[in-house]
Ligand binder design. Structure first.
Ligand code: HEC
Length: 254
């Protein structure tokens, strides 16, 4: 069940009116009571709709600024943010919040910790099937950031801010105890990254493409070739969802 902004607003209106009526009675106890009521409501919202919780906090922040509770609002809000961390980290398995960070000249900062994001697949373009020179050798391990994964599961779409990272691993061996095949060796080569940002990359179907060499901390956007191939061949919104079984299986649109 999607949690609509409207529901948040009416929850705010009801709890707001209640607080105002308590405030009219001017008893110190009523402030405490009203805080408990807000807290109970927030706990419920944060457990049932973790994705909407930030939105709720923002609404409450704006609301408190307009009421007598304004002076204690910062205290209350910091308490609520601590509460927020508990259900969020429990459902995120400790994933870090990822944001695409750009500097003033539009270079992207190398995404940190992407190996802790959601793993969506590992295509392999082995050297021996590509004249020794695949464009991206050989295994491609691909990850999507956790917030965009949560959005994908709800909507089947890539939100603005989506980051996808693809790192490369060589073929180490072609036989193993399990049989003949391609088995991962070591990490090799650069990390390729795509970022969805409809303002920054409006001209290239809302996506920007970046490549990070081993010690590169910042990267300027890659040339047009990335955009052209993704535009021509990717199944959904510039992303090769045709190869990402993890995404397809979790999409509500399937
Ligand atoms: C000739 C076509 C082609 C070009 C050029 C290309 N890609 Fe891709 N890209 C693919 C294909 C196909 C996949 C999915 C399968 C795979 O990884 O082999 C993919 C997957 C990706 C992914 C994983 C997310 C997704 O969109 O599915 C990223 C990130 C990515 N490419 C970045 C880049 C960057 C950065 C460049 C430019 C430096 C680039 N690509 C150039 C074909 C291309």
């Amino acid at each position: 069940m999607p949690f609509q902004n409207e529901n948040l607003k009416s929850y705010m209106m009801v709890s707001g009116k209640f607080i105002q009526s308590l405030q009219r009675e001017k008893s110190p106890l009523t402030v405490e009571m009203s805080l408990s009521i807000i807290e109970i409501g927030n706990q419920a919202v944060s457990y049932m709709f973790p994705q909407s919780f930030k939105e709720l906090i923002m609404l409450q922040h704006r609301f408190f600024q307009k009421t007598l509770l304004g002076s204690i609002a910062p205290l209350l809000l910091s308490g609520m943010l601590i509460m927020q961390a508990t259900p969020a980290s429990a459902s995120d398995h400790g994933h870090h919040k990822a944001h695409a960070k750009f500097n003033q000249v539009g270079e992207l900062a190398r995404p940190a910790n992407f190996r802790e994001w959601i793993f969506i697949g590992a295509p392999v373009t082995p050297k021996d099937m590509n004249n020794g020179k695949p464009a991206f050798p050989e295994f491609h391990y691909v990850y999507i950031d956790p917030a965009s994964w949560a959005h994908w599961k709800k909507t089947g779409e890539f939100r603005d801010g989506t980051i996808i990272a693809k790192e490369l691993v060589s073929v180490g061996s072609k036989s193993a105890a399990s049989g003949s095949g391609y088995f991962p060796g070591d990490y090799v080569g650069p990390v390729a990254v795509s970022v969805k940002d409809s303002k920054r990359f409006a001209k290239s179907n809302n996506w920007g493409y970046f490549v990070f060499g081993d010690d590169k901390a910042q990267s300027a956007a890659a040339d047009e070739s990335c955009v052209a191939c993704h535009k021509a061949n990717a199944a959904q919104d510039m992303v090769f969802t045709q190869y990402w079984a993890v995404l397809r299986a979790a999409s509500p649109k399937k």
